[in-house]
Ligand binder design. Structure first.
Ligand code: PHE
Length: 359
């Protein structure tokens, strides 16, 4: 096919004519700016078709066409953006009531609060009642009443914060020094003092110890269980622990009791739970050692049968009644459940929204 040669003047006047048509079309309206853009400047538009004819004019005249094309496109573009701008500044009065709404950002309870609620619910189902006891208390409750006399070396386990209170020597021996409770066991004798039996309490509270590192915060939470009735045995204790871990961690989890020592329980145990990854074997299916637990078991916390001295301090006859107690950390227990490999427990209290939003 032979194309005829056209003159630059001719092409320019065709471009200007197309520009006039385009601007009139925009003014007449009836289409969205986007639709106009396709129709007037797109691959199939008159202007694009004319632009391609630049190859048909004599070489020495071609440089005259570029600036005209630029000017034509620019005028169309600016007519279209004017429509777009006025659409933004005069909002349409039409309200689409069926359009989905915009959700305001929604917060959620802190993970520690969620864990406290879950632990409470699990124990409530077997007849335990959540109670509250002081988090700032006379040192008699977390120590002396629990068979740890003043200056007893066992107290060193609990790196205690003391409140600067001089006491009133010669007055009530139970009201001498005030501490930030280093464990929830202060609730044991306090609960017994209520004078109601049997006791099935779950005391969840803040505890304070002078420790801070990747696995300790100076403030943390414990949940303390206490069950006192006639004929309570280690069998009951084990049964309650197995029930709890199955509810909280999953049906395939179990507990194991390891002999230990506490001044306020006899016998005393550390409670371990079988590892959720290797289920207590210490080995992965390919026979390599489990990386999470080392030997198949993870430590949950302390427990034991309530010591007769403690029962007597709470006004209960140890010849008629017996019971068990346990005290475990909320944060620790929760971290074992979620499988979140938190390598620094302090993250829980750093208030970093990027961390908290993940739960
Ligand atoms: N209070 C103990 C601790 O903080 C745990 C515990 C509670 C042990 C009840 C025995 C009975 O380590």
């Amino acid at each position: 096919m032979t194309e005829e040669i056209i003159s630059a003047t001719n092409l320019i006047s065709l471009l200007i004519e197309a520009q006039g048509d385009a601007l009139r079309a925009i003014k007449a309206g009836g289409k969205s700016p986007e639709e106009f853009r396709v129709q007037l400047l797109g691959a199939k538009s008159e202007i694009t078709r004319l632009t391609k004819q630049i190859g048909l004019i004599p070489k020495e005249d071609r440089h005259k066409i570029g600036p005209v094309v630029t000017e034509v496109k620019h005028s169309i573009e600016s007519a279209l953006s004017q429509i777009e701008e006025s659409a933004i500044s005069t909002p349409s009065t039409f309200v689409d009531v069926t359009a989905p709404g915009i959700r305001p950002p929604e917060g959620h309870l802190h993970i520690v609060t969620q864990a406290i609620m879950e632990v409470t619910r699990i124990f409530e189902r077997i007849g335990f009642t959540r109670v509250r006891h002081p988090e700032v208390d006379w040192d008699w409750y977390p120590f002396e009443s629990l068979n740890m006399p003043k200056n007893h070396p066992a107290r060193d386990e609990w790196e205690t914060f003391f409140i600067n209170y001089p006491g009133k020597p010669g007055t009530n021996p139970k009201k001498q020094k005030i501490v930030l409770t280093p464990h929830t066991s202060n609730g044991q004798v306090r609960e017994m003092e209520k004078g109601k039996l049997p006791i099935r309490m779950i005391n969840i509270a803040k505890c304070y110890r002078r420790q801070i590192d990747v696995s300790h915060t100076p403030m943390f939470h414990q949940f303390e269980g206490l069950y006192i009735d006639k004929d309570v045995s280690i069998g009951h204790l084990k049964g309650v622990f197995d029930y709890f871990v199955k509810q909280f961690f999953g049906a395939n989890r179990e507990t194991r009791l390891r002999p230990f020592h506490f001044q306020f329980t006899e016998p005393s145990f550390e409670v371990d739970i079988n590892c959720g990854i290797c289920l207590g074997t210490g080995l992965l299916p390919d026979k390599t050692p489990c990386k999470l637990c080392k030997a198949g078991w993870l430590e949950l916390g302390g427990s034991g049968m309530v010591h007769p001295v403690v029962l007597r301090n709470g006004g209960i006859d140890p010849d008629t009644y017996s019971g068990f107690a346990f005290g475990w950390g909320i944060e620790r227990t929760y971290m074992m459940k979620s499988g979140t490999k938190l390598d620094d427990i302090r993250l829980l209290y750093s208030n970093d929204i990027r961390f908290l939003e993940q739960f």
